[in-house]
Design a protein around this ligand. Structure first.
Ligand code: PLP
Length: 442
């Protein structure tokens, strides 16, 4: 059994996270429950910062808040000295309300609305990552009206796509994000942005994929981007101060995943940048990265209670838990795979192979197919590992199921950072039109 972060099996034979017995966490906070290992998150933040510091190059590590955005998380990120990426008014508002320094917030997205742009400009955030031609005009127009000059990066699609073990080179990059390099759209964007009075171009951004283990994809993207920046320098006498290489660093969901340690990712990126920028006689840029999953993914464990068991002789045994695709849509969306244990029987050997079903009205609502566990009984606590990224942030209210609570655990203490959604919360925004109020006899 692979235990992430501070998790261990305690003297009672129970799973313990952050020094607290998982069974006690469920007693105190109920289930399903997202448990975040705070020490692990802080350690990941520090690994990024220390690894970049060791490179001797200027840098900024921006946590991609899409992975897991709450006010407490923004606080933690601030305490660790990282910057923050947001992609919506909601993520921005969460950060601002948590007191996150606006100058360290960067705004992403392929369709920032005028309202979102206004909110960000009024807050004086650090930069916008411009995604398309429409946005150039829109952002410049609103900034001019407000008499502001805005720092911007241009998001480039370098024609490299990477996921897990492989990367591919694509000609004309077919993506909803960014300006394509091969067709010349990226260079055209530079020309237009440099002409806009309210936009201050500070550099370029690219993001090549997610759950990447093979650093060759980053090296290939950096080479292409270096070539591009050299051409831009020749054409426009413009030299980028910032180069943002995106996020996507892989984590260990199951034994099949073999991510590199963070220092190794950082080392290969900084080395590739030094080599490429030397090759093209460009000054070293300030390097920005925006990791999300690798900061919070392995920190998260979701605790569920087993509610029903269905054994189909000769076929399979289903165990159904009190959550599912509403708190973790990734298995249904991407066939994502997870490992789990019975938290109250963590020291016991596996006795049977079962499949873990969620409680939603969808046959596809399966969290794990075929997992070996000790004998499963109603009332057992199932702990699914590695749910810290893109679980809470992607959770829904399908079937009007309330979203679980989130706790941060550290040194034997648990703090509630997001309350469980109540039934009252679920109808809080509902309205019955007046014409229907009296249409049904009481
Ligand atoms: N930056 C951008 C532009 C992204 O689209 C994403 C993820 O989709 C990230 C950063 C974070 O990626 P990850 O969580 O895989 O590190």
């Amino acid at each position: 059994m692979y235990l992430h972060g501070t998790s261990r099996i305690n003297e009672q034979g129970h799973l313990e996270i952050g020094g607290i017995d998982a069974v006690d966490l469920v007693k105190q906070f109920g289930s399903p429950l997202y448990v975040m290992d705070e020490a692990y998150i802080r350690n990941q933040c520090r690994l990024y910062v220390e690894s970049f510091r060791a490179s001797g190059l200027p840098f900024q590590v921006a946590y991609a808040s899409k992975a897991f955005s709450t006010m407490a998380m923004c606080r933690l990120v601030q305490e660790e000295g990282l910057s923050l990426d947001v992609v919506s008014a909601g993520e921005l508002y969460t950060a601002l309300k948590a007191g996150f320094p606006p100058e360290k917030i960067h705004f992403h997205g392929n369709n920032k609305t005028p309202d979102e742009i206004e909110l960000a400009l009024d807050a004086d955030i650090g930069s916008f990552v411009i995604d398309n031609f429409t946005e150039i005009t829109l952002l410049d127009g609103i900034a001019q009206q407000k008499g502001k000059k805005v720092n911007v990066l241009i998001r480039v699609t370098p024609g490299i796509e990477a996921h897990t073990h492989e990367y591919i080179q694509t000609g004309q990059a077919d993506s909803k994000f960014g300006f394509d390099l091969a067709s010349g759209q990226a260079a055209e964007a530079v020309r237009i942005v440099l002409d806009k009075p309210a936009l201050n171009l500070i550099g370029f951004h690219c993001h090549i994929g997610s759950q990447i283990f093979d650093v060759a994809g980053f090296a290939a993207a950096i080479q292409r981007m270096g070539q591009f920046m050299k051409e831009i320098k020749e054409q426009f006498q413009y030299e980028a101060r910032v180069f943002n290489v995106g996020g996507g660093f892989g984590i260990r969901y199951t034994s099949e995943d073999q991510p590199l340690p963070i220092p190794a990712y950082v080392e290969s990126i900084t080395q590739a940048i030094k080599t490429t920028f030397d090759q093209f006689s460009l000054a070293y840029p300030e390097i920005w990265v925006e990791p999300g999953r690798s900061i919070v993914g392995e920190a998260g464990t979701t605790l569920y209670t087993v509610g029903t068991i269905k054994h189909i002789p000769g076929v399979r045994k289903y165990i159904a838990v009190d959550g599912g695709m509403t708190d973790n849509p990734r298995p249904a969306l991407y066939q994502a795979r997870y490992e789990a244990v019975l938290a109250n029987k963590a020291a016991q050997a596996a006795r049977e192979v079962v499949s873990v079903a969620g409680k939603c009205c969808e046959s596809g609502d399966m969290l794990i197919w075929d997992i070996a566990l000790p004998e499963v009984e109603v009332g057992d606590i199932l702990a699914v590992f590695c749910t810290g990224a893109y679980n809470y942030s992607m959770a829904s209210n399908y079937n009007r199921i309330g979203r679980p609570a989130v706790v941060f655990v550290k040194d034997g203490k648990a703090d509630l950072v997001v309350e469980r959604e109540s039934l009252e919360d679920l109808i809080r925004l509902d309205r019955i039109p007046a014409r229907m109020l009296y249409s049904v006899a009481p």
